[in-house]
Design a protein around this ligand. Sequence first.
Ligand SMILES: O=C(O)CCC(=O)C(=O)O
Ligand SMILES: [Fe+2]
Length: 376
Amino acid sequence: MELGPCRVCGCPALARCSRCQEAAYCGPECQRADWQIHKQSCHRSREAPAERLQVPAVPAGPAGQAAAVAPKQKEIEWDAVRAMLGQAPARPSDDRADEAAGPAEPRVSGASPGWQSSPTHPTTPAPFDVHLVGKNNVEVAQAVVAKLKERGVCVIKAGAERAFHKAVHMEAKQLWDAGAYTSASKGSPSSPGSHEITFNARDDKVICLSSSVLDALGKKVQALKKVDEQLANFGWGIKQILEDQLGLSLTKRTPGMLSCYDGQKVPDAQYGFHVDNPYMTNMAVPDDGRRLTLIFYISDGQHWDVQKDGGALQVCMSDPRRAPSSTAEALTHPLFTVAPDCDTLVAFWSHTMFHAVLPVTGTKPRFALSTWFMGS
Ligand SMILES: O=C(O)CCC(=O)C(=O)O
Ligand SMILES: [Fe+2]
């Protein structure tokens, strides 16, 4: 049964909120991470005893990642969901099981006109804006925030060693060869609280690297776990400057999402133009809290040629402070191309920047690890 994307990270959802039966999540971490936001609309769907809405706020900070919000609301019975999928139950430290999830099939409509559009052609990839090697944390944070302020996207050279890239690529590829990725979302709600979804032309397959998945996979994801930690450190590392210069306060982040676009299995695998958190666009969906998208590209170490291999990330260079209302409007702006080459980290605003993954035309799978930081 397709539930569409997880409200938080976009991975395929496994169950719905057991109270309103509407918000869909891939796992307990995302459900918890979303509770402060979801509770504002959850009670509108179903009446519930007041105490079920009382969730203590947890201070934000580096340790305040997705898992830090511990709602007392009635949670989805994640163990039952895992059992349904033939997966092992969570360990005692993971979630408490409360109530079986009874997801309803979403009503599906076609794409709304003017919202989705096919990707355009690759242009020459932009050079790196920031090199991490040889800079201290404050210099990095200042340079990254300056670029985000100026144009909403920043391309960073991570400076990791070749052996590390190889290890990360090998892990992503082994999981791919083992068939561990699942189909990413095929749609998102077209209006708040609605089951009606619109397709968003997304051809990747994903694995949500929640802490339970990381624990279960253990050594198989050692290097990927390191990348996930580095992404977290990077986001928390620019937190203070973001706050000082833009008044944006990052509060928590989603678990890492490992994605793969496989041009061999899905010719021209791509992701059409979209905004990750499109609440400011004409889609009129609720704000899911996401503000900063971080993506680290994982390739086999060979140069990724966007002309030959395709798969470039293309970002519409609109005013970074506000989202264009539609793809058509976004595409009136120049396009900025990023090559999904290893050692490349890209940061952009989740709520204002339209972007797309251009068709993967070569035979190499295109891997990336992404995380989204929430903020207010
Ligand atoms: O992998 C990329 O370059 C971008 C993917 C993307 O836009 C997304 O997952 O929302
Ligand atoms: Fe995106």
